[in-house]
Each structure stands twice: as C-alpha cells, then as structure tokens.
Design a protein. Structure first.
Ligand code: PRX
Length: 646
C-alpha cells in the first residue's frame, strides 16, 4: 500500500453536548441559566437570574412572572392538543387516556370549583388521593390559581395526615372514598374523617366520588361531582404567579420527630424539572414515560406530573402494586402502551427478581429505550437483573440521585445530552449546573475512593426554597454542617473518573423500600402508646426493602413484655403512621443505653443490634443497658431459629 493513500483519519472527535454544557454552566452561569430559562414561557421577564443577597435563602428569577401550569398545559394546546398527556390504569385494567386538551379542560373545571369553594392564591390545600387522574388534576388546578398544594402519600395514616395539615394550616383537604390494593379496598375518607377532628384550619373536605356515594358530613364535605355538575364551563386563566411564589409543600422526614415542609417555587422548580426530564430521560414526541412512583412522593411530583407535562410528553400512571394480580403487571403495561422510558426503584426490582425472569420474558418490551432507578442505592445484583432482563443487556440505566429538597435529578447519566456512560452501582456525573463534590469530616475534598459526604457548592434552580414555617431549621439542617455548602445528608464516594456513588443516609433517616421515614417519627408514635415509656428505633439492612426498622422498647410500669404486645405495637405504628413502616423486630428492655446527660445513644443500639464493635462507650451512663439489649436480641434470634427448625 502506498504511503500517500488518503485514509479518512480525523484528529477531532465528536463530543456529546453534556461536557460542553456542563462547562458552560460552571464558567458562565448567568448566561447559561438565561439561555435555559428561555425554553419556558414567561408572562413577564425576571430581573435577576439569582439573588444571593440573603443566602442561604437564594431566590431564582426574581421579579419574573411564570406559572408552571401554563408551561404544562396551555402552551401545548396548539401543537399537541390531541396528544395523550396522561394515561391512567388501575389493578383491574380500567383505564383512561387524557389528551392535553382534555387535561386542560379538566384542570380548568377543577380550578373553577376551587374558586367556588373560596380557595385563593397562597392558600394551602392538602391532597390525600391515590394515583387517580384527579390527583394531578387537583395539583395543577391549585397551582393554576396560585394556591399551594401539599400532597400526603395515601399510604400514610391519621397522625401523619394531622401533622401535615396542621403545619401547613390547610383550609381544604381533597380526598376520595378508597383505592384498591391487591384487590382489597383501602379506605381513605375514613382516615380523613378522623384526621380533620384534630385540624382546626380545615374548612372543607372535597371528596372525589368513585363508584359509590360517599358518606358525608353535610357541614364540611363537598362532593366534587355534585359541585361541578351544575357549574358552567369556565376557563380559569392561570394566575400570573411570581417565579418566587410557592408551588407546593411536600413533607419529608428528617432527624427530629416533626416532618419538614419542603417548599418549592413556580420558577426555579419548574425550570429544573423541565430541564432534567429532557436531559436524563431524553423525552421525544413519540415517547411514553412510565414512572412507577407514587405522586405522594417527590419522584411523582417531578417526573409524573411537572417534568413530563412541561415537556409535552405522554406520562403513564398506574394505581396498583407491581405483583398483583400477577408479577408481570408492569411488563403488561409496558407492552400494552408501548412504554419507551421506564423509571422505578431498586426495591421494586428486588421484589420482582424473586418471582423469576419468566414473568418479564413473556412480554414484548422492545419499545423500551431508557431505564431508570431512584430512591436508594441499587445493589449490583439488582442492577444486573434489571439490565439483562428488562433492558435486554442493551439499554442504559440512569441511576438518578436526588432528593425532595433538590426538586429534581442532580447526579445521573444524561442520555438527552449524549452522555450514556454507565458503571453499575455508580450514579454518574453531576448534571449541568450542579456543582457537587465529596468532602470529608474536616470539610476538605475527599480523595478518589475515600468515603465522605456529598455536598453541593452552589445554588441551582430546583433547590428547596426553605422549610415551611421554620427558616432556622432550613439553615441548621442544610447549610450548617459545612459553611456555605448545601448538605444533603448522604454518604458518597467519587472515583478517579469523577463518577459519584451515593452510599446511603448519614443521619437518622430510614429508607424502607425507598420510603423516607425518620427514626424519631416512629419513636414518637411508639411512645404515644399507653404501654411504652421509651423507645429507640434504628434501621437494619433487608434483602428486598433495602432497610427495615428495629425498635428497642422500654415499657411503663404495670406492662409486661409478650408476643401479643409486640404485634400490637407494630400494628399501632402502622395504623397511626402508615403501613410503609416495616419492622424486623421489636425488643423489650428495661433501659436504653444513654449518655450521662440522658441522650439515647442510638449508635450503641445500632452496634448491638447489628453485632458490631461498640466503639467508644466512655459517655455511657450504665453498661448494664447494653448487656440487657444484647441478651434480648440473643433470645429473639434463638426464638426465630427455633421457629425455623423443620
Ligand atoms: O439517601 C438518598 C436516597 O434518597 C434520599 C432522598 O429521599 P427522598 O427525599 O424521599 O427522595 C427520593 C427520590 C428522589 C437521598 O438523600 N436516594 C435517592 N436516589 C438515590 C438515593 N440513593 C442512592 N442512589 C439513588 N439513585
């Protein structure tokens, strides 16, 4: 071959847009955010991209007027009026497909009904609904008139609902009679009836009728269908809310007993969910996006409702569990609706893994092109199963790290920006605009592979605006551990390539099946039981749920430990807080390990229960407490072994 032959070598190579966009966001943030914000429609322009004069109360796009529902509905009508916005299906296979135009009409109708009930801009309404179409409709209707929604997950029970309604001082509660779960009715209105006995701010309860007449309290309850039956169809123009007006409050658990009302705003949150949906899930016009989360959690807010709708996508919501009536329920839906992007949790994957791969194999999943995971770290075994069986060993799995507080995804692969790089069990690289790092206890950057805390070093539009009614708690929880840095409360490591691996919570927060629950919240319920004097709750690893709860309980005088009481306490927690609290065990002891100043040493409880080294016990008041706990656990383990003997 001659030397001169003209072979097509090229010095330059094509870089996916991710890298350039990331660099631009870090080097020229003002220009970057201005460009990004132009993708949404504004009623009037903002004065400043970021007001940081009152840090850490950062305000994005101050002075601008924007309403997230205008960007989710109105602006699609011309080009996508007849496109399906929302697909809903339940366990029984009943379903609805709602176009953008229909959704717009439903939201207008609901908004008008809210106005008839006297709901105004800035008012709070609590929504306690299962995954039925009226849930996103109610959220959008409230947002449309500038009212603030607070969705309470319908798996929560009376006490959780009471606390949230009271903290938000909601004047309206929106609910329905029931939902179906594994073929059984779960009553919701009954829980609301009990809750509103203890919530003085509530003026009305709006009830969505399902198949039967709800039992109502004439003075307080209004049936939605009756209210709207005689109502004229009226368009309700979206309130021209400020970018910095609150859109919603969503309660989440922290280290104290009282859940925190994380609140997000129309401008920054709207933009962040719009952008991250595009960057991570790469939604295009023919996509059908199935996010299996519940809208009662942030994942559903951002990636069933606001992200997909602002992108004009088709979003599928399923009211039911993955393994009922059979363990291929989700794959049936993926096949039936030609789902292209599928987003779920590691717990769900581990649950389905147990039934075997045949359930997946029997379905044609060939429309899928992106898979996602969220809520807890995904173990390599579950990752591989998901990759191989659902993704046919071909599809990217975006392992998206984020939180209620961050509003949207922070760390993940970004197929929408051409970045498909994956490593099993790594979350990937920060999204454009996210200045994340791992630092050690001293606040110094951790070395590659050194475990530390993840932090975010500058504000981003989707960040929480604060903790409702509690600015001090906002500062203390998120901005005090490391001066000037946002502290999410997770352990993490970074590798040599800059990939982040989130390792789990660094605080007293449990992740049971991906559901975030504070140990203190469970303890507070336990000690409200007449037999309980004190309790310490910790999390222990669980092969399916990731983590479950264990409680050490001290009984009041006159009560003696027995199996029946154990069961009663478990049921009591479920009844008051919700069935999402799953216990591995409850141990009875006569005292808990405490410091001399009386603080429960949870660290020791955890060490004893998981059989680890106790570490420093110099502040422990009474060694005997530890010995007693050890004995209780040994007995319990022995009992279990006895029970398991053939
Ligand atoms: O510990 C992290 C874990 O979930 C926490 C946030 O919980 P929540 O506010 O309920 O939001 C869950 C859905 C965004 C985080 O602090 N977490 C979330 N996603 C991941 C994760 N841990 C590991 N990998 C993830 N992909």
């Amino acid at each position: 071959m001659s030397q001169q032959e003209n072979l097509p070598f090229e010095e330059r190579y094509y870089q996916p847009p991710y890298k350039a966009l990331y660099r631009e966001s870090m080097e020229y943030p003002e220009k970057f955010w201005r460009k990004m914000a132009q993708e949404l429609e504004w009623f009037s322009p903002y004065e400043k991209v970021l007001n940081d004069s009152n840090a850490p109360f950062f305000r994005w796009f101050e002075g601008g007027k924007i309403n997230v529902t205008y960007n989710s509905l109105d602006r699609h009508l011309k080009e996508r009026g007849n496109k399906v916005a929302l697909i809903w299906e339940n366990e029984k296979g009943e379903n609805r497909s709602i176009s953008y135009l229909q959704l717009y009409n439903e939201v207008n109708k609901f908004a008008y009904a809210l106005q008839q009930l006297g709901v105004k801009k800035g008012d709070r309404a609590v929504i306690y609904l299962p995954l039925m179409p009226e849930l996103p409709i109610a959220m959008l209707a409230l947002a449309r008139i500038g009212a603030i929604h607070s969705v309470v997950f319908s798996g929560f029970s009376v006490q959780a609902l009471v606390d949230r309604i009271n903290d938000a001082k909601a004047k309206l509660v929106i609910t329905t009679t029931h939902t179906l779960r594994r073929g059984k009715r779960v009553e919701l209105k009954g829980i609301v009836d009990q809750a509103v006995e203890q919530t003085p701010s509530v003026e009305k309860v709006l009830v969505i009728k399902r198949d039967e007449e709800p039992k109502i309290n004439e003075k307080r309850d209004v049936i939605y269908q009756e209210l709207t039956r005689r109502m004229p169809y009226k368009k309700v123009e979206p309130e021209e809310t400020s970018a910095t007006d609150p859109l919603f409050i969503l309660y989440t658990s922290g280290t104290t007993g009282k859940p925190k009302g994380i609140f997000h705003l129309h401008g920054g949150y709207g933009l962040w969910t719009y952008l991250t949906t595009k960057w991570v899930f790469d939604l295009r016009d023919n996509d059908v996006f199935f996010n299996t989360a519940d809208i009662g959690w942030i994942t559903g807010h951002s990636y069933i409702v606001y992200g997909p709708l602002q992108n004009g996508a088709t979003t599928l919501m399923y009211e039911g569990v993955p393994d009922y009536p059979s363990p291929d329920r989700w794959w049936e839906l993926v096949e039936k609706y030609g789902v292209t992007v599928f987003y779920t949790s590691p717990t769900a994957i581990r649950t389905l893994m147990r039934y075997g791969e045949e359930w997946v194999k029997n379905h044609d999943l060939s429309n899928l092109r992106i898979l996602g995971s969220v809520g807890e770290p995904i173990n390599p075994e579950a990752w591989r199963w998901y990759f191989k069986n659902v993704g046919g060993s071909q599809l990217p799995i975006v392992d998206t790290w984020w939180q209620t507080e961050t509003g949207g995804i922070m760390i993940s692969a970004t197929p929408g920006l051409g970045n498909y790089m994956l490593k099993p069990s790594a979350n990937g690289l920060p999204l454009p605009g996210v200045d994340a790092d791992v630092i050690n206890e001293e606040g110094l950057p951790a070395k590659a592979r050194e475990k530390g805390y993840i932090v975010v070093k500058r504000p981003w539009p989707g960040m929480l605006a604060g903790v409702w009614n509690d600015p001090d708690r906002y500062i203390k929880t998120y901005w005090s551990k490391f001066q000037g840095l946002y502290y999410p409360g997770d352990y993490a490591v970074k590798d040599e390539d800059g990939f982040f691996y989130i390792l789990g919570r660094a605080d007293e927060v449990l992740k049971i099946a991906g559901h975030r629950i504070g140990t203190r919240e469970i303890e507070d319920i336990l000690i409200s039981h007449p037999a309980v004097a004190e309790s310490a709750v910790i999390g222990v690893p669980d092969p399916v749920r990731g983590e479950v709860a264990v409680a050490a309980v001290v009984l009041k005088q006159g009560h003696s430990p027995n199996e029946q009481l154990k069961k009663e306490l478990e049921d009591y927690v479920k009844k008051n807080l919700g069935a999402i609290v799953v216990f591995k065990g409850i141990y009875f002891v006569t005292k808990l390990p405490k410091t001399r100043s009386g603080k429960i040493m949870r660290r020791l409880v955890r060490a004893v229960i998981s059989g680890q080294n106790l570490g420093d016990t110099s502040t422990l008041e009474d060694e005997a407490s530890v010995e007693e706990l050890k004995k209780a656990i040994e007995e319990f383990t022995k009992e279990i072994r006895e029970q398991q003997k053939p």
